[in-house]
Design a protein around this ligand. Structure first.
Ligand code: NCD
Ligand code: ZN
Ligand code: ZN
Length: 344
């Protein structure tokens, strides 16, 4: 008998859908699986104002396949110039659910990010007051710091002092990659949570170098050591409400990845919930998948849990070699290889 799973429709609490024709192509993958997603604001130029976020929301809604029920949950990109008034306006518009912190230069389209968090104190206090979460790409940008240690140093230099100084701020430590990050989140107050990506649950850093340099396993923060991966799996499958699903699916055109200076980001939206099912099955924890994928994030964001359901079956399928991506081509995670669960 084929194993089947049915559970409340999940949400993706960290997603890049880009814009224009490329957006249309990637969005359908997410909308088939997820009811809602937190939409990252790192467009070029970034989504820094409420009107920009509302316009982006309209473009997303217009790009959905007809008849699809999918809700984009918008975010604003924090800059050195974001004011308390911007935060209040974001809160009152009803469609903005978080503010995203990219330390300047840390990742794809992060050059307009924050240079010094200390200068944004009033803005952060306002976020705590109006209960608008801060989503954090948690890596230092200091080029002297070993790239595999940048999350660890960010915890020590930025995150721990921030949580001490503003314990009431709701904060999501995005796409965590280390045991140290898991331990930090566990020890932090209840209003500090974390998202976990499929790639960091499935792979350690060897994947980037297996038999040659593999640009499609390059994302930021980088994949880490096996003992880190094990700690992430333990956190995801623990049932602890601080940990929830956020794919960080981050599509780039093939030529931008397969290049002398390739872009960071892995595309996983085409198989996202199926990949988490693989992780939970391998950890003997399929009974914990629903809460991780469908409850913890909604509860953290103060949104209702989804009432519709989705179903998966244990049936292998082969990921296409590529997908269309606007005028370009996209190489998905696991291109040409099997995924062991399929969406019914
Ligand atoms: C993301 C992207 O391409 O937008 N890339 C990535 O490697 N994760 C940016 C991000 O989430 O840091
Ligand atoms: Zn990031
Ligand atoms: Zn991201």
């Amino acid at each position: 008998m084929t194993a089947r799973l049915s559970f409340a429709r999940p949400d993706d609490w960290h997603l890049h859908v880009r814009d224009g024709g490329a957006m249309r192509d990637v969005l359908a993958h997410t909308a088939r699986r997820f009811a809602r997603a937190i939409i990252m604001p790192n467009l070029k130029p970034p989504v820094t104002t409420v009107p920009q976020a509302l316009e982006y929301r309209e473009r997303i809604l217009a790009a959905l396949p007809p008849g699809t029920a999918f809700t984009p949950l918008m975010t604003l990109y924090l800059t050195d110039r974001t004011t308390p008034a911007d935060i209040r306006q974001a809160r009152s518009c009803g469609h903005i659910h978080a503010i995203k912190l990219y330390p300047a230069g840390v990742t794809t389209h992060a050059d307009a990010g924050v240079t010094d968090l200390n200068k944004l104190w009033k803005t952060l206090e306002t976020m705590a007051d109006v209960r608008l979460p801060l989503l954090v790409h948690g890596e230092v940008t200091d080029p002297a710091v070993d790239i595999f240690d940048r999350e660890k140093l960010f915890i020590e230099r930025v995150l721990a002092p921030l949580v001490d100084r503003l314990p009431g701020l709701r904060l999501v430590f995005e796409h965590i990659t280390t045991k140290m990050a898991v331990d930090f989140v566990l020890a932090a107050p209840d209003n500090v949570a974390a998202t976990l990506t499929p790639q960091h649950l499935l792979h350690n850093r060897n994947a980037m170098y297996a038999g040659g340099l593999r640009p499609h396993y390059y994302c930021l923060p980088l994949l880490k050591r096996e003992h880190d991966r094990e700690a992430l799996v333990k956190a995801a499958t623990s049932g602890n409400t601080k940990f929830f699903l956020g794919t960080d699916s981050a599509p780039h055109a093939r030529h931008a990845k397969e290049s002398a200076c390739g872009c960071a980001g892995m595309f996983t939206a085409h198989a996202a919930i199926e990949l988490y099912a693989e992780v939970f099955e391998a950890a003997d924890a399929l009974h914990k998948l629903e809460a991780f994928a469908s409850f913890h994030g909604a509860d953290f964001y103060g949104l209702p849990r989804n009432r519709e359901r989705i179903a998966l079956q244990k049936q292998s399928w082969t990921v296409p070699a590529s997908y269309p991506f606007g005028e370009d081509q996209l190489i998905p995670y696991r291109a040409g290889e099997p995924v062991s669960w399929s969406l019914i």
